[in-house]
Design a protein. Structure first.
Length: 150
């Protein structure tokens, strides 16, 4: 029987991500595993059009984003893990979502990913595949994709 010990839950703070976290906690409780909750913020560009942004301003914004993301992850963990005896590690990264998730998986030796559908809507959906769909092509461990809103 498959008993994952290192379970990754990428979060975008949606209801689907919260469900994925609860599912990962349940799996980890059964397999005596650890849950890794990861949020990836996109990097802010240094230049927009002809304007060049101050790197110190960008760094300050990224630090604030990280603080807010950590607070939201702690709140999500508090709601989802109140009764579970499961170790949960939270982390926040800056960069391209897919690349950061894959790098994190290698770094932490993740053996299961639990993720919501992360569907994109409208024109964006046509122009860019979902993170979940792209992850399915790039990872080598099992991935549990929860259906939207179930």
């Amino acid at each position: 029987m498959f008993e994952p010990k290192r379970i990754l839950v990428p979060t975008d703070f949606s209801a689907d991500s919260d469900r994925a976290l609860r599912e990962a906690i349940d799996i980890a409780a059964t397999s005596r595993g650890k849950v890794y909750l990861l949020h990836v913020d996109p990097r802010l560009p240094l230049a927009v059009g002809d304007a060049v942004l101050d790197p110190e301003v960008i760094a300050a914004v990224e630090r604030d984003d990280e603080r807010q993301a950590r607070q939201r992850m702690l709140e999500a963990v508090g709601k989802a893990a109140s009764q579970a005896d499961v170790e949960i590690e939270i982390d926040e990264r800056h960069g391209t979502t897919l690349e950061e998730i894959v790098a994190y998986m290698k770094e932490k030796l993740i053996d299961l990913v639990v993720i919501g559908p992360h569907a994109r809507r409208g024109l964006i959906k046509v122009l860019q595949a979902s993170v979940t769909g792209r992850l399915m092509k790039d990872i080598t461990c099992p991935m549990l994709v929860l259906p939207a809103g179930a």
